[in-house]
Design a protein around this ligand. Sequence first.
Ligand code: GAR
Length: 200
Amino acid sequence: MNIAVFVSGRGSNLKAILTSEELKQLVEVKAVISDKISCPAFQIAENFSIPTYSIGDKAGRINYEELIPLLLDLKIDLIVLAGFLKLIPHELIDLFRNRIINIHPALLPSFGGKGLYGSNVHKAVFESSAKVSGATVHFVDYTYDTGNIIAQKCVDISDVNSSEEIVERVIKIEHELLPYVLKKFALGKVNIVDKRVVVH
Ligand code: GAR
């Protein structure tokens, strides 16, 4: 399965994909794409000899009109948003319907939506006094964090004293959940049945 990974920052989920032994025979990362001109995730991609592309309108970047033929040329089967913080244009979503997934650092449909990304999510979870959090992988639709849920994993946070402790627990879970979901996609084990996503 050929994938393109969209990133905005650190790239620890990208690294989890690239270093997963189970994914080595199943998944090839063909491109890493960012809305930033450079970011730590690009360095990770470069260490694995994966081409990187910045998207946007400024000089030195490609725009979405150029990105679409690139993704088609690379025969991308699945687009993976791993810490990518911008909305995906409708045209790309329509072209890759049910073939764009996102990882979110909380148990959707709670603690999602515009502005709730990265550490903001964990602060909101901490302030709510929730006793569990976790990670969600879901399909991407036209709005933030509303697409159908593919897989979730939760973690006990009843004893935490700060949102940073939640970050640490959830990121570990993300690094397990995203490779697991990619393996299921690669094996053809993700199906949509009567609007529910079934992973078997
Ligand atoms: C991850 O925690 C991911 O779930 C989150 O950004 C972080 C990226 O970390 N994504 C969102 O908040 C999207 N709503 P990484 O760059 O180290 O993978």
